[in-house]
Structure formats: structure tokens, C-alpha cells
Design a protein around this ligand. Structure first.
Ligand code: PGA
Length: 309
């Protein structure tokens, strides 16, 4: 059967309207053009598809059979088109991601893995603290945001995908590095280097010490994890950071995690977007990738087991 898609499309329209005139209007064809397509189709099939009784036309049995096939073929074609469009999206899409300062330590690894799999996708990446991210979300400015647990009562879709333990760090020569099960009250006597206001790490830290009834004596504020870690390394004081930020320092042994009771503070990482936002195929795929595969592409840095003791 040498049948064309055009013939099937015309045939389906005539079968649906049971009228050559209405089919020709729907398809913006002349009536003789419609009749011609049907005649050619009938000669390919070898059977009449319509019969005329009085002024009306009816489908023959062959016509009724064929219209089912024609509809299935057209439905499959539409689906094929959708899939192609989506694939094109993944091949050529743009992805706007914003991540918490602290999440950036693993987010670039996730983007690299995602980009190896979808080489046509281009990215823009914003790195800012929790407060900045909430603003971006409210303004619906980015496709996907990676941050700590967002506040309740906002119109957000947020799903947790990975643990975010917060730890107390010290210079490896600090006397507390040799102690175990340090009660949190002991930290009251220590100088502390903390993140800036607006940081999620800072909020979690303040909540923890307030619950413990611990009042930290003096705090030096640093506006980035890097500055904070360098200050602690230099011996300015103790610090509190996410363990995700410590890959380099733990492997080089230039910072140590203290064994404080109640630590690590267990937070979670969330992938977030505004409720009701229409995610592009690329954004939807990235979100799925983060939720299902993040932990295959990033391992939480660990303190080497104690060899000096
Ligand atoms: P941040 O980290 O401290 O860099 O804002 C995000 C969070 O823990 O919520």
C-alpha cells in the first residue's frame, strides 16, 4: 500500500465530518482536491472507503477499519514530534541554576556530570547565600535553586536530596582536637569565626546554641566559607561550617573537625522552584538528576581516621 500521510489526514477529516465540504474547509483545500486525495487512497487500498446514500455519505466497512489506523498513526506522529521537541530542548537548552554559597562545593560537580551527559546544554550559575536565594525564588528568576530547607508558608516546591552535616572546625594544633565528646558549653570560652547574617549555616548554628543555652563569647564574622576556613586555619578561633566545604582541608590535614556533643548538626539540601512554575525540559531533567543521582557524583568529605594518636 503506497499511502501518504497527507491522504490519511484528508481521509480522517472527511470520516470525522462525513462531509467533503467541511473537510475541505478544515484543511484549507478545495473540494476537488479533497475528492482527489480520497480517490487516490481508495485506489491504493483497493476498496471503496465511503458510500453515498441520498445526499449523505457513510463510511464503508473498509473505511471504518482504516480510520482507526489513520488516527493511531497520527497520534504516534504527534507523540514522536513531542519527544523530538523535548530532546531538542535537552540538546540545546539553557539552564539557570542558583545555589547556596555552601552548596557550590558540590554543585559544580553535579553541573559537570550533567553537562557531560547533555553536552548541548549551557548554564548560568549564581552563587549566593540563603537570603539571596529566597529573593531569586520570589522573583521567579532561576529555573532551579539548591539550598537548605526553605521557610514554610512560601509557594515553593522543595525536595530534599542529600544530607548537609554542619561541624565545628579548628586548627589541627588546637588542644580541643585531642578531646572527645566535648560538651557544647566548653565552646563558650572559645573565640568563634562565623558566617555572615543571611547565611543558612549561620541560622542553623544560632538555633543550635540557643537550644543548648550556650552563649558564644565573641564572634568574628566572615562573608564566605573560604574566608572563614582560612581564619580558622590561621588560628583566629574555631569555626562552624558544612562538612561539604572541607574536601581540600581534610585531605591536606590543615583543618580538624572537633568531636562536640550534638554535632554534626544535621541539615538537608533541597532542590527548589516556585510552585506553578513551568519547568523547561532541561530544568525538569536537571531536577530529576539532582534528586536521583546527586549522591553518585559527590561524596561527603571525611576526616581521615586518626593516625597521630
Ligand atoms: P549558606 O548555606 O550558609 O551558604 O547560606 C545554605 C544553607 O545551609 O541553608
Amino acid at each position: 500500500m503506497n499511502v501518504t500521510l497527507r491522504q490519511l489526514r484528508v481521509f480522517e477529516s472527511v470520516a470525522r465530518h462525513l462531509s467533503f465540504t467541511r473537510a475541505s474547509e478544515e484543511l484549507f483545500l478545495t473540494q476537488p482536491a479533497v475528492s482527489m486525495q480520497i480517490k487516490q487512497l481508495e485506489s491504493q487500498v483497493g476498496l471503496p472507503l465511503f458510500e453515498q446514500l441520498g445526499k449523505r455519505i457513510y463510511l464503508t466497512e473498509a473505511g471504518r477499519e482504516l480510520v482507526g489506523f489513520a488516527r493511531r498513526i497520527m497520534r504516534e506522529l504527534r507523540e514522536a514530534q513531542l519527544v523530538m521537541e523535548e530532546l531538542q530542548g535537552l540538546n540545546r537548552g539553557r539552564l539557570g541554576v542558583a545555589v547556596a554559597t555552601t552548596a557550590n562545593y558540590f554543585a559544580t560537580h553535579l553541573l559537570a556530570a550533567f553537562s557531560r551527559r547533555n553536552p548541548g546544554v549551557s548554564f548560568s550559575l549564581d552563587v549566593t547565600n540563603r537570603e539571596g536565594l529566597l529573593r531569586l525564588l520570589m522573583e521567579n528568576e532561576r529555573d532551579v535553586v539548591i539550598m537548605g530547607q526553605p521557610p514554610e508558608g512560601q509557594e515553593l516546591v522543595a525536595d530534599a536530596f542529600m544530607a548537609n552535616p554542619l561541624v565545628v572546625i579548628a586548627n589541627p594544633d588546637h588542644p580541643l582536637t585531642r578531646e572527645h565528646d566535648i560538651p557544647p558549653e566548653r565552646l563558650q570560652n572559645e573565640l568563634f569565626v562565623v558566617r555572615e547574617r543571611g547565611s543558612g549555616t549561620r541560622v542553623a548554628m544560632e538555633r543550635f546554641f540557643a537550644r543548648q543555652g550556650v552563649q558564644l563569647q565573641s564572634e568574628m564574622e566572615m562573608s564566605s566559607n573560604e574566608a572563614l576556613k582560612q581564619a580558622v586555619q590561621a588560628g583566629l578561633g574555631l569555626g562552624l561550617v558544612s562538612q561539604h566545604t572541607l574536601a581540600m582541608e581534610l585531605s591536606l590535614g590543615c583543618l580538624a573537625i572537633l568531636d562536640v556533643v550534638g554535632f554534626p548538626i544535621q541539615r538537608q539540601w533541597y532542590v527548589v522552584h516556585r510552585a506553578g512554575k513551568r519547568l523547561s525540559p532541561v530544568a525538569a531533567e536537571f531536577r530529576r538528576f539532582v534528586l536521583e543521582e546527586a549522591e553518585d557524583h559527590w561524596q561527603l568529605p571525611q576526616q581521615p581516621t586518626d593516625s597521630s594518636a
